[in-house]
Ligand binder design. Structure first.
Ligand code: ADP
Length: 262
């Protein structure tokens, strides 16, 4: 019998992800790559990589049946997708599948942040998005980490040394970089300043959550959900538990793979 597989591909601004499910919707495998400048090529590479992983070699043509749903800002670049679906719908579907009790989702990716509120059946009730400004997104953290020759994981660990960081007030990443340099020139500790950078990212998302309306339980998805400092800062501002979603960076790809089964 020819296996019937479901593939979700999320071409994000920073990373591209693919999730493969079997015909029963069971998880088989996930892969991730930087999007770079070639979203179209990355989509093909993700598909080849994930199928090779599952089949042990490149599958012969006609040896499996594959339904593909593409999402993410670069979804139109996935040439052989059966259909495309918005990230909002895919995040909702993916997070709700991984956490059936989810009522609100906060997603912080490379270049945007989103808040999605769900109704009791898991449908999108309302959402809000910031994709105009780097503040409150992963790229703000990437620029700062890069400026000080750190990786984002190391930056995320910095909170442990600094219980009371101050906040960086600039919303524009270019001005924030200048602000950071000027604080350092005044003799402030680099760890304090970088903890303040992370607090600033967390605090930028809170008004969006309040605008859309928070209905607990709320889950944190997107690559920045791996940053424990940002997660705790948002949790303390929202005053409700704010756990990281399972497979946090893959939730839209997960949702796309589930929708490929419809
Ligand atoms: P997009 O879907 O918009 O391309 P992602 O959801 O993949 O974005 O998130 C990318 C962002 O996640 C990066 O900008 C980076 O700052 C952050 N990130 C990824 N992994 C980690 C990690 N392990 N620790 C902290 N931050 C991370």
């Amino acid at each position: 019998m020819i296996p019937d597989l479901r593939l979700g591909i999320d071409i994000g601004s920073t990373t591209s992800k693919a999730v493969l499910l079997d015909e029963e919707g069971r998880f088989l495998h996930a892969v991730i790559r930087p999007t770079g400048v070639g979203g179209r090529a990355v989509a093909g590479e993700l598909k080849a990589e994930i199928l090779k992983e599952i089949c042990g070699k490149e599958p012969a043509s006609g040896s499996l049946s594959l339904r593909v749903v593409a999402t993410g800002y670069g979804r139109a670049l996935v040439d052989d997708a059966d259909r495309t679906v918005t990230e909002i719908t895919c995040h909702a579907c993916g997070v709700r599948f991984l956490h059936p009790d989810a009522s609100t989702i906060v997603d912080i990716g490379g270049q945007d942040s989103k808040v999605i509120r769900l109704d009791d059946t898991g449908r999108v009730e309302d959402f809000g998005m910031n994709d105009r400004c780097a503040a409150g997104t992963g790229s703000f953290l990437d620029v700062m980490a890069n400026r000080f020759d750190l990786d984002v994981e190391t930056l995320a660990d910095i909170h442990t040394l600094n219980p009371t960081p101050f906040e960086i007030s600039s919303t524009c990443v270019v001005f924030a970089e200048t602000e950071v340099i000027s604080l350092l020139s005044l003799g402030h500790d680099l760890n304090d300043v970088l903890a303040g950078v992370q607090r600033a990212v967390a605090r930028r998302v809170v008004p969006l959550v309040k605008h859309v309306g928070l209905k607990p339980p709320v889950y944190f998805s997107g690559g920045v959900a791996h940053n424990e400092t940002v997660r705790r800062e948002i949790e303390s501002a929202l005053e409700v538990p704010f756990p990281r979603a399972r497979r946090a960076q893959y939730t839209a790809a997960f949702g796309a793979a589930i929708l490929a089964g419809d």
